[in-house]
Design a protein around this ligand. Sequence first.
Ligand code: SAH
Length: 307
Amino acid sequence: MSLQREYMVGRKPFRTLKPRHKTLMSNTLTLPDSTWPELQPGWVWLCGAGPGDPGLLTLHALNALRQADVVIYDALVQDCILEWAPQAEHIYAGKRGGKPSAKQRDISLHLVELAQAGKRVLRLKGGDPFVFGRGGEEAQTLVQHGVPIRIIPGISAGIGGLAYAGVPVTHRDVNQSVTFVTGHDQSGETPSSLNWQAIAQGSQVIVIYMGMKHVDRIANALLDAGRPTDEPCAVVCSATTNDQKVLESTLGALAKDIDDSGLEPPAILCIGRSVLMRQVLDWQGMIAGDAPRDLDPLGRGRPAESA
Ligand code: SAH
C-alpha cells in the first residue's frame, strides 16, 4: 500500500491511503435477504474486523464496508479487508512501519470530526472493538459529542485465533471459566491492577493479549502463584492469517522458547490444559496432511461424545 499524503489532526499525523478503484471479487458477494441497516451520513459504526482472515468478518461488517465514505482502521486490520470498501477513503490510525502512533484522543476526535462533516464513518478495529480495543472509549467520546453510533462485534483473537490453532478456549474436561488478560497497560507495563495470584488460582485457562513483551514477568508471577512449570502453553502469532505460527511450550519454558523461536507479536498466549487439545484438533495441520498426534490428549479413556 502506498502512502498518499499525511495530514495533521490535533498534533498527531494520520496517514491516508488513496481509495482503490479496481473491481473486486468480493463485490460479487451478495448479502442474504434481510433488512440491513443503512450507514447514514453523520454516523459512526464501530466494527470488529476479526483477527485477520477476511472470512471471519461478520455480514454486518461487510454491509458497513459497502456503504462507508471513510474507513478509519487499525494496524491489525488486514489490507485485503479494506479492499472490500473500494469507494471509501481509507485512513490509517494505528502504529506501523515505525511511524508515530496516533493518540487515542486524536483518533476519537477525528471520528467526531468526520461524522460532523457528514461522512458515513466506519471505524474498523482488529478482533472485537470492545475487547482490549479501546472501542468503549471511542464510542463514549462519540456519544458525548452527540454522534450516533452502532457497534458491530467481531471475533476476538483470544477466541478465534486460538480456534485456528486448534485450541478450544473452553472444554468441558478442562475449564468452566476462562480469563482474558492484557499483558500490558497504557504505560506499557504489566498492569498493576492485575492480581496474578488470584488469576493463577481462580482460572483454569488464561488467555493473554499483548503478552509477548512481558511474558517473562507474567510466567514468573503465575509460577510464583503455584501454577505448575509443566503447564501446557501455546503462542499463536498472526493468528488466522497466512503468517500464522503456533508455538507449544510449558509455563516454565515459555519465555525462553518464545525468545529462541524469534516469534513476533501480534500474539495470543494461552496457558492451560486446553492447549493439549491441539494434539487432536490441529485442523490446519490435518488439512496439510499431518495425522493427529494423540486422539485422547486429555487422557479421558472414553469416547469424546460420552458424558
Ligand atoms: N480487539 C482485539 C484485540 C486488540 S489488542 C481483539 O478482540 O482481538 C491487540 C492484541 O490482540 C495483540 O497484541 C495480540 O495480543 C492480539 N491479537 C490481535 N490480532 C491477533 C492475531 N491475528 N494473532 C494473534 N494475536 C492477535
